[in-house]
Design a protein around this ligand. Structure first.
Ligand code: GLY
Length: 418
């Protein structure tokens, strides 16, 4: 059955959410933050260590070997993050990243090189997949720190980065699904002349049932668009909760040198030209090897407003542990909404924090997206492992747009939630 775009009945669900939301911020603050002061590196200070987001896991072992052999800290970070950039199946970064609202992939990245105290950044770059390396090239080959848009793309081409179409077939289909889902006010999707078009029926169903209907319709439409069976639920979830997937990596070597790097395709289906936190030095990444390095994945707009990575490094400069420093930045996000859980539950943030002595922490606003899927960071200090991030708030975030609950079958979408 073909489902018309006009079957996707828009519903206001804020009232239902308000009922379900935690009303007292204090009730929601995770108890762990008072006691756990973060992790020491397994071994002596200045043993090499790499920390990064979960999607870097497969690339850390080789980067760590490079670091141990005397490789540069920023180059080690590049070796981690360019893995997901090159992976067409990672739709949060580089090739195959989810596009903007016009179906065009736009990438952001920035880096800081501790030993030379330099930085580079690019925002809104089209047609070039390894924007982490372009950010590094801006740092190394220009007198600037940040290039954006067409100028950044032309610089990358001049530096020899190949131009290519970054929109994979799967990401294009997910974007089409999103277009059609949101198309009751535009001309995308099957129109009134389509033989399967049906006028939306007025409904007195409860909100949860309406959501269930919409998911069923989305799944059917995803089948119609040719999205493979194993990605149906991922596609539906991305349409309902546009992700802000990203990868950050911070690195420390035996000499005490540090670097940080962050790269992303940003918020899925964003307005063209939107830059999140990832290309903003001090928000998506900040490194001062006299103190430490930090980076972020999550709601870019919120992180920009608290200058998250810089705030964390400065907190450590003033004596906070990595975990205290990260939790403080999260509290600033909470303060920006006066602790209003009705709003905070629709954003999330994970900070990756590495101090110059090798102590590290992963902290997050919420425990994860759903029960059983906590936020994790990847750590390699001789042993490669994943560590559960310490949450500021008890419970699980839901991403924008708001819905009353995440249905169980979407929670099982482990491909997305890992
Ligand atoms: N943190 C990635 C973004 O919001 O663009």
């Amino acid at each position: 059955m073909t489902v018309s775009r006009r079957d996707f009945v828009k519903t206001s669900v804020l009232g239902a959410i308000a009922t379900a939301a935690v009303s007292n911020p204090k009730d929601s603050v995770a108890s762990t933050i008072a006691t756990d002061q973060g992790h020491a590196s397994q071994n002596d200070a200045k043993r090499p260590i790499i920390i990064c987001a979960h999607n870097g896991y497969a690339y850390v072992e080789a980067a760590y070997a490079f670091l141990k052999s005397g490789g540069d800290t920023l180059e080690a970070g590049v070796r981690v993050v360019k893995g997901p950039e090159n992976d067409p199946n990672d739709d949060s970064v580089g090739l195959g990243g989810l596009p903007n609202e016009e179906g065009v992939v736009e990438l952001d990245a920035c880096c800081m090189h501790g030993p030379t105290r330099r930085a580079g950044s690019v925002g809104g770059v089209r047609n070039i997949k390894n924007v982490s390396m372009v950010a590094k090239a801006v740092m190394e080959h220009t007198g600037h720190v940040m290039l954006v848009g067409e100028g950044a793309e032309r610089f990358a081409a001049a530096m020899g980065f190949p131009r290519e179409n970054l929109l994979t077939d799967r990401s294009r289909k997910i974007w089409m699904l999103w277009k059609e889902f949101n198309s009751d006010r535009d001309w995308w999707g099957p129109g009134i002349a389509d033989p399967h078009w049906q006028a939306p029926a007025p409904s007195s169903k409860p909100q949860a049932d309406l959501l269930r209907d919409r998911i069923d319709q989305l799944k059917q439409r995803a089948v119609d668009l040719g999205i493979e069976q194993q990605f149906l639920l991922s596609a539906v979830r991305r349409v309902l909760f546009p992700p802000t997937g990203t990868i950050h990596c911070s690195v420390l070597n035996e000499k005490g040198e540090m670097s940080g790097i962050t790269t992303t395709s940003g918020l899925a289906f964003k307005l063209p030209g939107r830059c999140g936190d990832s290309p903003i030095i001090g928000a998506g990444c900040y490194t001062d090897q006299d103190v430490g390095s930090a980076g972020a994945t999550g709601s870019g707009e919120e992180n920009i407003k608290v200058a998250g990575a810089h705030t964390i490094v400065e907190n450590m400069r003033h004596g906070m542990s990595p975990q205290e420093a990260g939790i403080d930045a999260l509290k600033r996000i909470m303060r920006n909404y006066n602790g209003d859980m009705n709003k905070l539950r629709f954003m999330d943030m994970t900070y990756y924090v590495l101090r110059k002595d090798g102590a590290y922490a992963g902290v997050s606003l919420w425990e994860g997206y759903s029960a059983g899927n906590p936020h994790k960071i990847v750590v390699h200090d001789g042993t490669l492992r994943q560590v559960i991030a310490t949450p500021l708030l008890k419970g699980y975030s839901q991403e924008w747009p708001p819905f009353p609950t995440i249905p169980e079958e979407l929670k099982k979408d482990s491909e997305y939630l890992k």
